[in-house]
Write a protein that binds this ligand. Structure first.
Ligand SMILES: NC(=O)c1ccc[n+]([C@@H]2O[C@H](COP(=O)([O-])OP(=O)(O)OC[C@H]3O[C@@H](n4cnc5c(N)ncnc54)[C@H](O)[C@@H]3O)[C@@H](O)[C@H]2O)c1
Length: 259
């Protein structure tokens, strides 16, 4: 299937590592021009170089997305370079363990900035360009919005908001034919996941106990599997799909617990 993404300029926040990197690689392999927005220049350039070495095109902008002004500047940098934006993937975030019992006002608010405020700001600033291109938005979310995890109130709240904003924007942007969907992830091996699992006393045991409960093939989801679904949702091949929360999780959230 030709996804018709050739030369489409698509912003991927947190595109230098993990799930974002997977999305950047898949988009580039489809002939799109993914734009990596990330806080670390070296990380951005490493992924950019890999895309180029494989014969693809990409661009990178350094931005710390918890700073509201940086979100606007990043969008402007893309417009300055290409004059258009065809898609936005909101992906950057961190499961930072700001719990109910062990947490604080400051930590809770800071986590919302790490995990959801920039989702809003990136969409807000990219909107005029997305209206022109009839572009698409994909929000990456986490199972924690639906299942909880314990000890991570702000991250769970942010993911609840990511889901709600997906539906809310799908409605608000109907008049512009801008589609908005979410891809919900449960367990994917990334640098973030690795640092989370290492917080347990016996990370290997913990990982084994988690993967055993993933219904489809008792394994983690790959970043490429997530990215393939994101690419489809960005493409005109999903032209009548909007407001959907699509779980790419090997059945983790919805299938029978007795499996
Ligand atoms: N890995 C999983 O199993 C999993 C599960 C559910 C949801 N998710 C979601 O997927 C998204 C990506 O997770 P990942 O595991 O790929 O993370 P990761 O840490 O491995 O990669 C994220 C990248 O984004 C960058 N980044 C993060 N916050 C940023 C900010 N404020 N400004 C600029 N750059 C920033 C990081 O530096 C890194 O390069 C997150 O939003 C997370 O909620 C991941």
């Amino acid at each position: 299937m030709d996804l018709e993404l050739k030369d489409k300029v698509i912003i991927v926040t947190g595109g230098a590592k993990g799930i974002g990197e997977g999305i950047v690689q898949v988009l580039a392999s489809e002939g799109a021009i993914p734009v990596i927005i990330g806080r670390n220049k070296e990380d951005n350039q490493k992924t950019l170089a890999e895309v180029e070495a494989a014969g693809g095109q990409a661009f990178e902008v350094v931005a710390e997305l918890t700073e509201p002004a940086a979100c606007e500047e990043a969008v402007q940098a893309v417009l300055q370079k290409y004059g258009r934006i065809d898609g936005l993937v909101n992906n950057a975030g961190v499961n930072d363990g700001v719990g109910l019992e062990k947490g604080s006002y400051d930590a809770f608010m800071a986590s919302l900035h790490k995990n959801v405020v920039h989702y809003y700001l990136m969409a807000h600033h990219a909107l005029p360009a997305l209206k022109e291109s009839k572009g698409a938005i994909v929000n990456i979310g986490s199972k924690t919005a639906e299942t909880g995890q314990g000890g991570t109130s702000a991250y769970a709240a942010s993911n609840g908001a990511r889901n709600a904003l997906t539906r809310e924007w799908a409605v608000e942007l109907l008049p512009y034919s801008i589609r908005v969907n979410a891809v919900i992830v449960a367990e994917a091996w990334t640098p973030l996941y690795e640092s989370w699992i290492s917080t347990f006393d016996n990370p290997e045991e913990k990982l084994k106990s988690i993967t055993q409960k993933i219904p489809l093939e008792q394994r983690m989801t790959t970043t490429t599997e997530i990215a393939n679904t994101v690419a489809f949702l960005l493409s005109p091949k999903s032209s009548h799909t909007t407001g959907q929360l699509i779980h790419v999780d090997g059945g983790y959230v919805h299938l029978d617990r007795a499996l």
